[in-house]
Design a protein around this ligand. Structure first.
Ligand code: B3K
Ligand code: ZN
Length: 861
């Protein structure tokens, strides 16, 4: 397979203004007629090369004349025409098979309904086209379908005509007034229920908001609808951005490769990010829906009105839109807790990527399959890059930069450099060095050291940065990072609070008139996405946990303290020594638990110990058993010492109030449930009684899942009872069945691999459905470190077989499963050999997709 490189980018040789499409929908033989007038964009007389994949070409006519087979060539998924006039009309008729489309890219069926997914390169699976984002056109779409099978027929823009064709067929015509790239094209047709609302924009435009779902799900759309209205309002208030059409449609489908898709005025969503009611969705699901609905809505400006010139610029829209959805969630919920959860996601998904064989810059330089680059780096680190610009410029200048970006580029396909230029020009702040964040891969290490001169009342803080080599980038240049810090006096008050600009390899910052020796608080709010190294004593960490005025830093101190203890305990376990308890840490947690100035969600976050995968990241050679044993032991110590406090908090927080998904109520539930989880460590029958009671009596999915999650890690009879009760209650509810699969795949019990294997055969599972695959296979490989990395390699062997099975069905999903095997360098030599052998087995497989080949071959190197 061939690599595509950024440096080879060339503007398209031909452009188009309008695309006219006619779809005659049939499950296995849909006909697509595409009429387009092309005109040369330069005078080179170049051939016209159209992309096309899995298409049957029925006819091709140039300026009204059907071409003979010798007048064009089709090779390697490209149709080439030569000797063309400067302007010509091309009418292409193709046949496609939506029902047989298991890749879920292009036009496919989900529960019998037609839908599309065209980003990044799905449009070429519908018709022959220059399937690249810098070719923008106005689309006019006619849909013809069976009246009974498809009462609903949707595409982008406005419905301009509707008619009955005969007894059985009808037609709808949609026109999108905004020029768009082919990846934003969408079509939906089927028998769907609709939930409707309206929104009045700030300038007084009435917008119809419609959510389409499978029949029976109408009562699960209200949270998504509220979230949509809140997003529309927020974007007006924060960025002055208004919606630009009279209609906004969202369609929820059960079979979807990702979370959702921002097609112009016709978003297609995974049901997971639309459907919710208290009995089926957890607080986390509600928060996820709010964020994804907002994310796709925000794309209307950052992605659709201004789009990407090429796919290397993906972060132009994704990083920026993640930043916008994170800001929205921060305004809707607790800013500190949002920040903490964003950082947890970054550390769990992006740092390992940046430190492993798949590391790539936020603006990648090459790819084999672009779908492999919808990564934590492009999305989440991309958002951090935008956040750092926001920190460097300040809110006011940042907003000016956004305004300038839209003023300059509305209706265009542009680059990350164009975005940075708008920010720089609007603020007069030089971003030249800063832009290295787009081009250099890897997570910078920053070490801090400090000295206080009592006599001079001076505090010196020295920061030094280092960025290690990543694949294809041996040497790196010095980065520009904003480091937010505080100097905290003995009374717990800030003496200094500042944002430092670190631009040199090593830099000393001097603070004068510092009356007494401070404790330094570093990278407050996680102002830069880096790994900080600082030699804090346990006392200093406990002090920061108690006093830091920055809530993020306060949480971070708890994490650092926990990590320090756990790494010691891991060592003890490896050396066969007994675990030692650190009373001050537990005391600091106790104080946090009882601190009435803190909100419940924040306390819950502070009480959570660093997760196993985070601890693994801190070790030279990952020892999954020692990590698990140490963490369990520390949880046990905490539970024993804080038993009364935990029980009291748990009891106080139990409530009879009807369920409400708002952030405050959700925070109280998280704190209550973390107390319950700690209490479960005591193996006390009374506590077990609380857990089973909560499982059976919980009036909402959050509480029920919390109890089930605890039970699933315990080898007790209540476990089987609860799991089978859960399945019989919810077996007709696919999204809840996903939770049932995931909770079992996540279990730390040694029988988990066998359970996962047998669940593959269960009625509840289907390898064709991405949600099912992610819940069972994905969770096992990505989130069950202990069992996936079993010493005998059976986890690797099982997983690889699933990747190979999936590759034939849906290469995008298969490729997404490869990364856990790519962590081999971090393990002992025995596991390294086992993991490498499985990667080799993937590469050696005949007929492997480009997607999976790219991930496996890069992972092995
Ligand atoms: N832009 C889509 C992702 C499409 C993924 C294609 N493999 C969702 C989003 O980021 O909003
Ligand atoms: Zn996005």
């Amino acid at each position: 397979p061939q690599s595509i490189r950024l440096e080879d980018y060339r503007a398209p040789d031909y452009l188009v203004d309008n695309v006219d499409l006619v779809f005659d929908l049939e499950p296995e033989s849909t006909r697509v007629l595409c009429a387009t007038t092309y005109y040369a964009a330069n005078d080179e007389g170049a051939p016209l090369v159209l992309d096309g994949e899995d298409l049957t070409l029925l006819n091709i006519a140039l300026d009204g004349r059907t071409l003979g087979e010798t007048e064009y060539s089709i090779e390697n998924n490209q149709l080439t025409l030569t000797d063309l006039p400067e302007r010509f009309e091309l009418v292409i008729e193709t046949e496609i098979n939506p029902k047989g489309n298991t890749q879920l890219s292009g036009l496919y069926q989900s529960s019998g309904n037609y839908c599309t997914q065209c980003e990044a390169q799905g449009f070429r699976r519908i018709t022959y086209f220059q399937d690249r984002p810098d070719v923008m056109a106005r689309y006019n779409v006619t849909i013809i379908a069976d009246k009974t099978a498809c009462p609903v027929m949707l595409s982008n823009g406005n419905l301009i005509d509707q008619s009955d064709l005969d007894e059985t067929q009808h037609a709808a015509v949609w026109e999108d007034p905004f020029p768009k790239p082919s990846y934003l094209f969408a079509l939906v047709a089927g028998d769907l229920a609709m939930v409707e609302d309206t929104y009045k924009t700030s300038s007084g435009r009435d917008v119809d908001l419609r959510i389409f779902v499978e029949h029976g799900n109408e009562d699960r759309c209200s949270w998504a609808m509220e979230s949509l209205k809140a997003s529309m309002k927020w974007d007006e208030e924060r960025f002055g951005l208004e919606y630009d059409l009279d209609l906004y449609n969202i369609v929820a489908v059960s079979d979807f490769n990702m979370g959702a898709m921002e097609n112009k005025s016709l978003n297609v969503f995974n049901t997971k990010y639309v459907l919710a009611k208290s009995d089926t969705a957890t607080d986390q699901d509600y928060a996820g829906i709010e964020a994804v609905i907002a994310h796709e809505y925000f794309h209307n400006w950052t992605g659709n009105r201004v789009t990407c010139r090429d796919w290397f610029q993906l972060s132009l829209k994704e990083g920026l839109t993640v930043f916008r959805d994170q800001e929205f969630s921060s305004d809707m919920r607790s800013r500190a807790c949002e920040r903490i959860s964003n950082v947890k996601v970054l550390r769990a998904g992006q740092f390992p990527e940046d430190g492993g064989p798949l590391a790539h810059p936020v603006r990648p330089e090459s790819y084999i399959a672009i779908d492999n680059f919808y990564t934590a780096t492009v999305y989440n680190k991309g958002s951090e890059v935008i956040r750092m610009m926001h920190t460097l410029l300040g809110e006011e200048n940042f907003r000016k930069g956004m305004d300038l970006y839209f003023e300059r580029h509305d209706g265009e396909a542009v680059t990350c450099d164009d975005f940075a230029a708008a920010m720089q020009d609007a603020s007069n702040i030089d971003l030249t060095q800063f832009k290295l964040w787009y081009s250099q891969a890897g997570t910078p290490d920053v070490s801090a050291s400090w000295a206080y001169d009592e006599a001079a009342k001076q505090f010196d803080l020295t920061l030094s940065q280092h960025l290690g080599a990543t694949p294809g980038q041996e040497t790196k240049e010095t980065m520009h990072m904003p480091i937010s810090i505080g100097l905290i006096g003995p009374d717990g008050e800030d003496m200094v609070s500042d944002v430092l600009s670190l631009t040199q390899a090593e830099q000393t910052f001097t603070f004068k008139e510092i009356a007494s020796k401070p404790v330094v608080s570093l990278n407050r709010g996680f102002s830069a996405p880096i790994k900080f190294k600082a030699d804090y004593s346990r006392e200093e960490l406990a002090f920061l946990m108690a006093h830091d005025s920055d809530d993020f830093a306060r949480w971070e101190a708890a994490q650092s303290y926990g990590t320090l203890l756990l790494l010691d305990m891991i060592k003890a376990h490896q050396e066969g020594r007994a675990f030692e308890k650190d009373a001050p840490f537990i005391e600091a947690l106790r104080k946090t638990l009882h601190n009435e100035n803190l909100d419940a969600e924040f306390i819950a976050l502070c009480l959570q110990l660093p997760v196993e995968s985070y601890l693994a990241e801190q070790m030279d050679v990952i020892d999954v058993e020692a990590i698990h044993a140490a963490r369990e032991a520390l949880r046990g110590f905490i539970a024993t010492d804080l038993q009364d406090d935990l029980l009291e908090t748990f009891r106080n927080l139990r409530s009879d109030a009807p369920y409400s998904p708002d952030a405050k109520s959700a925070g109280l539930r998280s704190l209550k449930n973390i107390c319950l989880a700690y209490l479960s460590e005591l193996d006390d029958p009374a506590c077990m009684g609380l857990i089973t009671a909560q499982y059976h009596n919980g009036d909402n999915m959050t509480d029920r899942m919390a109890a089930l999650g605890i039970l699933s890690n315990k080898d007790v009879s209540a476990r089987e009872e609860a799991l089978s009760d859960f399945y019989s209650r919810y077996k007709n509810d696919p999204l809840v069945v996903d939770k049932w699969l995931a909770v079992q795949a996540m279990s730390s019990l040694p029988t988990t691999l066998d359970t996962v294997k047998s669940l593959m055969e269960h009625d509840a599972f289907s390898i064709k459905n991405p949600n099912k695959v992610r819940s069972l296979i994905g969770v096992f490989a990505h989130a069950n470190q202990l069992n996936f990395h079993r010493a005998d390699g059976s986890g690797y062997e099982f997983h690889t077989s699933r990747i190979l099975e999936l590759d034939k069905i849906n290469p995008q999903i298969a490729a997404r499963m490869v990364a856990p095997l790519g962590k081999w360098r971090r393990f002992d030599t025995m596991r390294q050999d086992l993991m490498k052998a499985q990667l080799q087995r993937i590469i050696d497989t005949d007929g492997l997709s480009n997607d999976t080949f790219e991930m496996a071959s890069k992972s092995l190197n």
